[in-house]
Design a protein around this ligand. Structure first.
Ligand SMILES: Nc1nc2c(ncn2[C@@H]2O[C@H](COP(=O)(O)OP(=O)(O)O)[C@@H](O)[C@H]2O)c(=O)[nH]1
Ligand SMILES: [Mg+2]
Length: 185
């Protein structure tokens, strides 16, 4: 069975925990692990299977604390991670600056490829779901950006997240195939 580890990171109070709960709720949460800096949710998604045999995939979603006081733990969190989702509050200009730091620490410095990173602009209730005015500057502008608004359109982010899980699983299975090939050739 293919397994993938995905991190939810980003500034405090941006909606990471709310989204993590929402996105794993429809699937079976088999374990719940509260710890100080991180909470690990294990889940499967019925819509995401590995290509070849249609067997399920296991995901670990690491809902990481947004407090930089845990910075010393970040390399440990990143160990063997397959994907990083950066969640921010689209209505806070300060978050746009902050996510550059998150991208640098969790993606660039870890040599994670850009397609393995997803940006979620989370819109809290009552914040107005204005998607038009969000422009990111490089290097963030080349990342995939999706919006989440659980009150107005919860299905949109659910579907986007499934797409993202599929792309992660595809690339995990491709790199495993390459590894197998390199052993026998
Ligand atoms: N009702 C509602 N509240 C939200 C939503 N997103 C964030 N919040 C509120 O914002 C607070 C911070 O969100 P949280 O997910 O804990 O942020 P985190 O620090 O990034 O994990 C929570 O206490 C929620 O009450 C949402 O989509 N709906
Ligand atoms: Mg949280």
């Amino acid at each position: 069975m293919l397994k993938a580890k995905i991190l939810f990171v980003g500034p405090c109070e941006s909606g990471k925990t709310v989204l993590a709960n929402f996105l794993t709720e429809s699937s079976d949460i088999t374990e719940y692990n509260p710890t100080q800096g991180v909470r690990i949710l294990e889940f499967e998604n019925p819509h995401v299977t590995s290509n070849a045999k249609g067997t399920g995939c296991e995901f670990e979603l690491w809902d990481c604390g947004g407090d930089p006081k845990f910075e010393s733990c970040w390399p440990a969190l990143m160990k063997d991670a397959h994907g990083v989702v950066i969640i921010f509050n689209a209505d806070l200009p300060s978050h746009l600056k902050e996510i550059e730091m998150w991208y640098s620490c969790f993606v660039q410095q870890q040599f994670l490829q850009d397609p393995r990173c997803l940006l979620i602009a989370h819109h809290k209730p009552g914040s107005g779901s204005d998607k038009g005015h969000l422009t990111l500057s490089p290097p963030l502008s080349k990342l995939k950006l999706v919006h989440s608004n659980l009150e107005d359109d919860p299905e949109e982010i659910r579907l986007e997240f499934i797409k993202y899980l599929k792309s992660i699983i595809n690339s995990v299975s491709e790199s495993r195939d390459r590894e197998e090939m390199s052993i026998i050739t």
